[in-house]
Design a protein around this ligand. Structure first.
Ligand code: NAD
Length: 491
């Protein structure tokens, strides 16, 4: 396995972290990690072997009994240390995210903040994990419920939030007394590598937290491993469905957060300026590569024309480039392959009769070697078009006017996804109607990216989520614990 000299200078070949030690994979299969803004190779990632997955799971299994018996108040001391370490390295981690994922520094810094928020909340586990009791359920008999950890859990992460998404799960899993294995996205392994250096520094006991790099084969090895009790997956819908089915077939718990197609409804009374700001951030922030990114804008009634004009002007004014440049509003998409996929969707929209009013393909990219698509807007989009139904995951917005709120809700009901939906209005009545009827897990009212904070579950409906207990919120405590009921009688 060779590491090119220029790669060594940057991040090199990322090792695995197993049983409290950094170990190089023995795999001969290695992928390059690219900076999507420049196309440069900045590191390499091994596709670890089945044996290495087994070693990580075994280390976690061996660590489990001791960790489970460590009092919760002591377990969270490691999380307090980790929180401080991540805060101290927030700038450095944000820079790594920009280099491997492509989003802007501001977005990356915010992402790390969202991860810290989850470490912080999990540090409250001594209260969050408490059970319940009821005295005298029958004469002389009391009953109580304990919440106990289960064993080894794992996380399979997507590329778009390399720091935050593993932190939606990992802190709660270990705070509850489980042990853990993280499988980062092979496209962005560098941020997790840095996070695990901080985890090492925080002094967690050996085997409590492990990291195995790789792709599909590592995922399948985790799903088939008899000692994995549960899996948290975040990624595209077809893979989520695969993970959910295979985990269930192997008797595991699974929570699988999946793809999205998010609609943004703009009522005639909406505040135009504030709404346009929110739509720009929703549709084009992080190059449209957020699972909560707005994709279809549905103006209702006579706001259509002014909204279309203002949105297009604002999108045209966005500066696209390398996310470490402070003046840049939007970075590249993740890879050449993904750029081509986004461009193919734009072409499909044109072929199906939608009109391009802002063509992100024609403006010269600021750096030709990076994977840039500029903000793109279609008008005249109809519900049956591919660009109205399928997840594009790029900076492409479709405008699909509706005559009424009923019609807008009807459009949303026809799509297979239900990750998020937003309404922009000054009317409480319309907002309540929308919140009541729309089938989506995360609902925004005058909010374009309705991302729940750590005490609330990150929800999802239809083909955007497989399972019942979501990430974050009280769901995470239920997911990572088994409830045991004890019924007592003392003579
Ligand atoms: P992806 O599904 O391609 O990959 C996700 C993970 O699955 C990676 O770790 C990858 O190695 C693994 N994987 C890929 N193909 C596999 C296969 N055939 N078998 C087993 N494992 C496989 O997703 P991505 O492109 O990294 O991320 C983007 C997707 O994630 C989008 O669809 C986005 O909407 C979704 N997402 C959803 C949420 C949410 O909360 N609902 C959040 C972020 C991203």
């Amino acid at each position: 396995m060779s590491i090119r000299p220029e790669v060594k200078k940057q991040y090199g070949l990322v090792p695995n972290y197993i049983n409290g030690a950094w170990v190089n994979s023995m795999s001969t299969e290695v992928l390059d990690v690219e900076n999507p803004a420049t196309g440069e190779v900045i590191g390499q990632v091994p596709l670890s072997t089945k044996g290495e997955v087994d070693a990580a799971v075994r280390a976690a299994s061996v660590a489990f009994p001791g960790w489970r018996d460590t009092p919760p108040q002591q377990r969270v001391q490691y999380l307090f240390r980790l929180k401080v370490l991540v805060e101290e390295h927030q700038d450095e981690m944000a820079r790594i995210i920009v280099q491997e994922e492509g989003k802007t520094y501001r977005e990356a810094f915010g992402e790390v903040g969202r991860g810290i928020e989850n470490i912080e909340r999990a540090a409250g586990i001594p209260s969050l994990m408490m059970g319940r009791n009821l005295e005298e359920v029958a004469r002389g008999i009391d009953e109580y419920e304990l919440r106990q950890p289960l064993g080894v859990f794992c996380c399979i992460a997507p590329f778009n939030f390399p720091a935050m998404i593993p932190l939606w799960f990992l802190p709660y899993a270990v705070a509850c007394g489980n042990t853990y294995v993280v499988k980062p996205s092979e496209q962005v392994p560098l941020t997790q590598n840095r996070l695990f250096q901080l985890i090492h520094q925080a002094g967690f006991p050996e085997g409590v937290l492990n990291l195995v790099n790789g792709a599909k084969d590592v995922v399948d090895a985790l799903l088939d491993h008899p000692d994995i009790r549960g899996v948290s997956f975040v990624g595209s819908t077809p893979v989520a469905q695969h993970v959910y089915s295979r985990a269930a077939a192997n008797g595991k718990r699974a929570q699988c957060q999946a793809g999205a197609k998010n609609y943004l409804v703009v009522m005639p009374d909406a505040d135009l300026e504030a709404t346009v700001d929110a739509l720009i951030e929703s549709c084009f922030g992080s190059a449209g590569e957020r699972c909560l990114a707005g994709s279809v804008v549905v103006p209702v009634g006579d706001i259509t024309e002014p909204l279309q004009g203002a949105l297009t002007d604002a999108a045209r004014a966005m500066k696209v480039g390398y996310g470490l440049d402070d003046s840049v509003h939007m970075g590249p998409v993740i890879s050449a392959r993904h750029r081509d996929r986004v461009l193919a969707y734009i072409e499909r929209g044109v072929q199906e009769g939608a009109r391009l009013i802002l063509d992100g393909r024609t403006t010269p990219p600021p750096n030709r070697s990076g994977y840039f698509v500029n903000p793109t807007i279609f008008e005249g989009v109809t519900p049956e078009m591919t660009i109205a139904r399928e997840e594009i995951f790029g900076p492409v917005a479709s405008i699909m006017p509706a005559r009424s709120l009923d019609e807008a809700l009807d459009f949303i009901s026809r799509i297979p996804y239900g990750n998020s939906a937003s309404i922009f209005t000054k009317s409480g009545k319309w907002a309540r109607e929308f919140q009541h009827r729309v089938v989506a897990g995360n609902v925004g009212i005058n909010v374009g990216i309705p991302a729940p904070v750590a005490p609330f579950p990150f929800s999802g409906a239809k083909r955007s989520f497989f399972g019942d207990l979501h990430g974050q919120g009280i769901d995470s405590i239920f997911f990572f614990t088994e409830r045991k009921v004890v019924i007592t009688r003392w003579w």
